[in-house]
Ligand binder design. Structure first.
Ligand code: ATP
Length: 336
């Protein structure tokens, strides 16, 4: 039996947390070898700087930011691996550092670069080991094993040694193991890292399904913004240890000016000479891609503009790729 957690609490609540790390600096000079050993220089890095965040039960939240922004540190604090230097954290109403063992029965954590599988044993042995150690009831284990085997296509690899799996197979097996005890909340640090297009789509479909059908709360980090947009309803962006954006993906696009793209194909192959308010960003074999700010140039005005150019034979209007929006945002943060 799982110990009970409070039902009406948010999935997680972070209140004003700061995390400082102490980093020892050593020079690479051979003449500093003694100094490096006895008096290495100390540097304090503020990985998280007074962060507050709430996630409701059943939400699917993307947690993103540039390298070193503080994502993994947050996940480690939320799962009780690290303690914040200051501030309070509550996950399903529990204190992750104090109630770690109780909490682990309700959550699942994946660090995409690491594996929980037993390296020199078939995958199924790791699963059965978890069942014994975690005391997972037979019926729950069987139901979850059938579900993950089917949805993550595991039947071919259950009897394979973990060390013989490809990266994508290993990731699927790790996610499967994470779900065997029916966690209510899962933290996934880069679950699509290194997956091929098909494996990625399968993983994304799977995560959306368990969020929708089992109401599992999901917090996922990734550097792939397209993946995140496909999966999550909400995106929280972290920059230098601070929350810099919290909203949905369309709101995020609006932060950078509500940019849209329009792709025009012309019969002559030439780009229309002047389209005020639109910037030509790419042109190739008679296909011309422009960017415009929908808040400045509304879509009906764009259509009116295009009607003056009979040589246009095809038009496609789309939102700016989220990767580009976020890249511009990171750049603007770096410059400030
Ligand atoms: N164990 C540690 N000891 C000292 N400093 C650390 C430690 N772990 C992380 N840091 C520092 O904390 C900051 C945030 O690191 P963190 O790993 O949380 O970033 P991240 O957003 O997950 O980055 P990435 O996208 O590159 O994985 C970085 O400046 C990093 O150097």
């Amino acid at each position: 039996m799982k110990p009970t957690v409070l039902q009406d609490t948010p999935a997680l609540a972070i209140d004003n947390i700061t995390k400082e790390y102490c980093q020892w600096q050593r020079s690479g000079n051979a003449r500093d070898i003694i100094k490096n050993m006895i008096h290495p220089e100390k540097r304090v890095v503020t990985a998280l700087d007074r962060i507050s965040l709430q996630v409701k039960k059943g939400e699917f939240v993307a947690y993103a930011g540039a390298n070193g922004a503080g994502k993994s540190t947050t996940i480690k604090i939320l799962s009780g691996i690290l303690m914040p230097t200051e501030g309070t954290v509550s996950v399903l109403g529990l204190n992750p550092a104090r109630d770690r063992i109780q909490l682990m029965r309700h959550i699942g954590v994946l660090f995409g670069q690491r594996t929980e599988l037993w390296w020199d044993h078939p995958v199924i042995s790791s699963f059965e080991w978890k069942k014994q150690v975690w005391n997972i009831p037979d019926s729950t284990f069987r139901k979850n094993l059938d579900m993950v085997t089917d949805l993550l296509d595991l039947s071919d690899i259950l009897k394979t040694f973990a060390r013989e799996l490809s990266l994508g197979q290993r990731m699927r097996a790790d996610i499967a193991m994470l779900l065997l005890h029916s966690p209510e909340l899962i933290f996934l640090d880069e679950p699509t890292l290194g997956l091929d297009v098909l494996a990625k789509q399968q993983m994304i479909r799977f995560l959306k399904k368990i969020n929708l059908e089992s109401k599992t709360t999901v917090v996922v980090t990734s550097h792939d913004m397209d993946d995140l947009e496909e999966m999550a309803q909400r995106i929280v962006l972290i920059n230098k240890g601070r929350i810099a954006f919290d909203g949905n993906f369309d709101e995020l696009r609006n932060v950078m000016g509500g940019f849209y793209r329009i792709v025009l194909t012309t019969a002559s192959g030439e780009a229309p000479l002047s389209l005020p308010g639109m910037n030509l960003i790419k042109t190739d074999s008679g296909i011309h891609e422009y960017e415009f700010d929908r808040n400045v140039l509304e879509i009906h005005k764009v259509m009116a503009l295009l009607s003056d150019f009979p040589q246009i034979i095809d038009v496609e209007i789309k939102k700016a790729p989220i990767e580009d929006v976020v890249a511009n945002l990171y750049l603007s943060w770096r410059e400030n």
